[in-house]
Design a protein around this ligand. Structure first.
Ligand code: FAD
Ligand code: NA7
Length: 538
C-alpha cells in the first residue's frame, strides 16, 4: 500500500499530541495523529484504576491557550479524576474539530529518516506514512514497568497493571495484592480498601504522602479563578513547579521549631503534595537537615494515624523525603482496617507466583485472587525504546541512548533531524500541561521558521528544511541537568524514576531537568530568541 503523505505526523493523542496537532494545523500544515489506544486521553486513557486522579489543582491541569474555554469549561472538584481528564480532552477535540486528523488503534512501529528526501518514513500497525516533521508525544509515563516475577503462568488468579486497567474490572470481595506504593499504588489502595475482602500491600520502601484535601469547588472560587486567570498563568510561568504556587524563599532552619511546625501544618491542611513541597521551605530538596524536619513532621502524622504498632512501624519511611511528593485520600487511615495489611518485601522479597498467590523468599505464601502491579513506568524514554527509530547514517535512537537518554532541552536529539519530542528525557520536573505548552510553542516556532526558509529557497520544491540539534546543544543541556542534579537529595533515592533506577537494568542518569519550570521555559525562549542557536542553521 502506498504511504499517506503529511507535512507532520504526531504520535500520541494525550495532552501533548492534541496540543501539537492544534498548533501545527494553525501553521497551515497537513497533520495526522496516530495513537495506539482506541481513544484520546493518553495517560488517562490507560490509567483507569479506582482512585486514578491528577494531583495538580484542576484549574491548572488544562490548556491555557483557549481563553474562552478556560473560563467556560467547568470543573467540579479541586482535582480531576481520570474520567474528568478524558472528558476534557474529548471536549477539546470536538470544540476544535480535530477528530478527522486523528487515527486511533494505530501503533508506531518504526520511523526511519530518509536523508535523500529529508522525510521520515513512518510504519505503523495499520499502514505507512511519510512526514517532513515527526512529533513524538509518546508520554513521559506511558510505558508500564512490569518487573519480572517467576511463575506468573502458574497463577490461577488475575494479574493487572494500574497503567493498563481493564474497563470492566471489579475487585469487590476479592483478595487483592498490590505491589508498589508510589502515586498509583497509594491512590489505588486508598480507593479499594473498603470494598475488597482482603488487601495486602507489598511494599519495598514506605512512602511520605499528605492529604490531597479533595473537595467540590464553589462557584465563588471558580469565578475568582476565572477573573484572575491571566495572573495565574503568569505566576505558573515564573514558578519552580509549573503551578501558581508562592514558592517559599525561607530556609527550614531559619525559623523556630514552633513556626516550622505551623507552616507544615498549614500546608498539610491545604493539601496537594507538590504545593506542600514548594510552599513550605525552599531548601527541602537540597539541605538534609531541612529535609529531616519535613520527614519528622510526616512521620508524626503516621504515628498519630496508624493504630497497629507493626503496621505503623512498616509504614514509617527510613529514607528522606526525596521522591515525587504525593497526596492521597486517606492512605494511612486504610491500615486501621482489619482487612488491610503490609508485607515488607525489602526485608523478604517476592520469590514467585504460586498457583494461588505469591510466595516470598523465606517460603511464606499469600493467597490472592488478584495481583496488581502498581510498579510505575519505564519513564521518559521507555516508550521511545519500544519503537525502531532510525536517524541520520542509520543511527538507532535506542543505541544512541545506550548509556542513558540525552536531549537538547527535552525536545530534540542530534542525528535525528526534524524529529521533535514533547516532554522527552531531560524535560523539567513540573506540572506537565504547561511544560507541554512550552515545548509545543517552541516546536511550532522552529517549524514555522523552517517552513519560511523552505518557501524562500523554493527552487527545488522537494528540498525540505532540516532542523537538527547540534551536538554542543545536547552536551551543554546534559551538563546542566547533571550539575543541578548533583546538588539535590533526590539522587540518594535507590529506586526513582527520576533516574531510571526504578527499572531493572536501566542505566542510571538524571532523566529530568531539576532546574524548575521557570528556568526550563526561559531556556527554550532564549534559544528561540537567538534564532535557534543550538540547532544547525536551516
Ligand atoms: P501521554 O498522556 O502519556 O500520551 C502519550 C500517548 O502516546 C499515549 O496515548 C500512548 O498510547 C501513545 N503512544 C505511545 N507510544 C506509541 C506508539 N508507539 N504508537 C502510537 N501511540 C503511542 N502530571 C501532572 O502534571 N500532574 C499530575 O497530577 C499527574 N498525575 C498523573 C497521574 C498518573 C496516574 C499518571 C500515570 C501520570 C500523571 N501525570 C501527571 C503525568 C501525565 O503523564 C501528564 O500530565 C500528561 O498526561 C502527559 O501527556 P502526554 O501527551 O505527554 O503523554
Ligand atoms: P512509581 O512512583 O515509580 O512507584 C512505583 C512503585 O512500585 C514503588 O513503590 C516501587 O517501589 C514499586 N516497585 C517498582 N518496581 C518494583 C519491584 N521490582 N518490586 C517491588 N516493587 C517495585 O510509579 P507510580 O505509577 O506510582 O507513579 C508514577 C507517577 O505517576 C507519579 O509520579 C505521578 O506523577 C503519577 P520502591 O520505589 O522501590 O519503593
Amino acid at each position: 500500500m502506498e504511504p499517506q503523505n503529511y507535512d507532520a505526523v504526531v504520535v500520541g493523542a494525550g495532552f501533548g499530541g492534541i496540543n501539537a496537532l492544534y498548533s501545527l494545523l494553525d501553521l497551515g500544515l497537513s497533520v495526522k495523529i496516530i495513537e495506539k489506544g482506541d481513544g484520546p486521553g493518553g495517560t488517562w486513557f490507560w490509567n483507569r484504576y479506582p482512585g486514578a486522579m491528577s494531583d495538580t489543582p484542576s484549574f491548572l491541569y488544562r490548556y491555557s491557550w483557549d481563553k474562552e474555554d478556560l473560563r467556560q469549561y467547568p470543573w467540579v472538584d479541586n482535582y480531576l479524576d481520570s474520567q474528568d481528564v478524558r472528558a476534557y480532552l474529548e471536549h477539546v477535540i470536538d470544540r476544535h474539530n480535530l477528530q478527522e486528523h486523528i487515527q486511533y488503534s494505530t501503533e508506531l512501529t518504526s520511523a526511519k529518516y530518509e536523508e535523500n528526501q529529508n522525510v521520515w518514513m513512518v510504519e505503523t500497525s495499520s499502514g505507512k506514512y511519510t512526514a517532513r516533521y515527526l512529533i513524538t508525544a509518546l508520554g513521559l509515563l506511558s510505558s508500564p514497568n512490569l518487573p519480572y516475577i517467576p511463575g506468573r503462568e502458574n497463577f490461577g488468579g488475575e494479574v493487572l497493571h494500574t497503567a493498563r486497567w481493564p474497563q470492566d474490572c471489579n475487585l469487590k470481595n476479592k483478595r487483592v495484592g498490590v505491589i508498589g506504593n508510589g502515586s498509583s499504588g497509594v491512590q489505588l489502595i486508598s480507593a479499594i480498601a473498603k470494598d475488597v475482602k482482603a488487601l495486602l500491600c507489598f511494599q519495598r520502601h514506605a512512602q511520605y504522602t499528605i492529604p490531597a484535601a479533595r473537595r467540590p469547588v464553589s462557584k465563588a472560587e471558580r469565578d475568582a479563578v476565572n477573573t484572575d486567570y491571566d495572573n495565574i498563568w503568569d505566576l505558573v510561568g515564573k514558578s519552580q513547579g509549573g503551578l501558581n504556587s508562592n514558592d517559599s524563599k525561607t530556609r527550614a532552619m531559619d525559623v523556630s521549631a514552633e513556626e516550622r511546625e505551623q507552616i507544615y501544618q498549614n500546608a498539610w491542611d491545604k493539601g496537594c503534595g507538590m504545593l506542600f513541597f514548594s510552599e513550605t521551605f525552599c531548601d527541602l530538596a537540597y539541605d538534609e537537615a531541612a529535609n529531616q524536619t519535613v520527614c519528622e513532621f510526616i512521620k508524626k502524622k503516621i504515628r498519630d494515624t496508624v493504630k497497629d504498632p507493626e503496621k505503623r512501624r512498616k509504614l514509617i519511611p527510613d529514607e528522606l523525603y526525596i521522591r515525587r511528593p504525593l497526596c492521597d485520600s486517606g492512605y494511612y487511615e486504610q491500615f486501621n482496617r482489619d482487612n488491610v495489611d503490609i508485607v515488607d518485601i525489602k526485608a523478604n522479597p517476592i520469590a514467585k507466583f504460586t498457583r494461588s498467590g505469591l510466595e516470598l523468599r523465606d517460603g511464606t505464601t499469600h493467597e490472592l485472587d488478584v495481583v496488581v502491579f502498581a510498579t510505575g513506568f519505564d519513564a521518559f524514554d521507555g516508550a521511545y525504546r519500544k519503537v525502531h527509530i532510525e536517524g541520520r547514517d542509520g543511527i538507532k535512537l535506542s543505541e544512541y541512548w545506550k548509556d542513558g537518554a540525552t536531549s537538547n532541552m527535552g525536545v530534540a536529539v542530534p542525528n535525528f533531524p526534524n524529529l521533535f519530542m514533547i516532554v522527552g528525557p531531560k524535560s523539567a520536573l513540573a506540572n506537565v500541561p504547561p511544560m507541554i505548552e512550552a515545548h509545543v510553542e517552541f516546536i511550532k516556532g522552529i517549524i514555522d521558521q523552517a517552513e519560511q526558509h523552505r518557501k524562500k529557497t523554493a527552487g527545488s520544491p522537494t528540498r525540505n528544511a532540516v532542523v537538527e540539534s547540534t551536538k554542543e546543544g545536547e552536551q551543554s543541556w546534559t551538563e546542566l541537568c547533571d550539575m543541578i542534579s548533583e546538588k539535590l537529595l533526590f539522587q540518594r533515592s535507590e529506586t526513582s524514576y527520576f533516574y531510571g533506577s526504578n527499572v531493572q537494568g536501566k542505566p542510571r542518569t538524571a532523566m529530568v531537568f531539576f532546574g524548575g519550570f521557570a528556568m526550563f521555559r526561559q531556556k527554550l525562549q532564549e534559544c528561540a530568541a537567538s534564532g535557534y542557536k543550538s540547532f544547525y542553521p536551516f
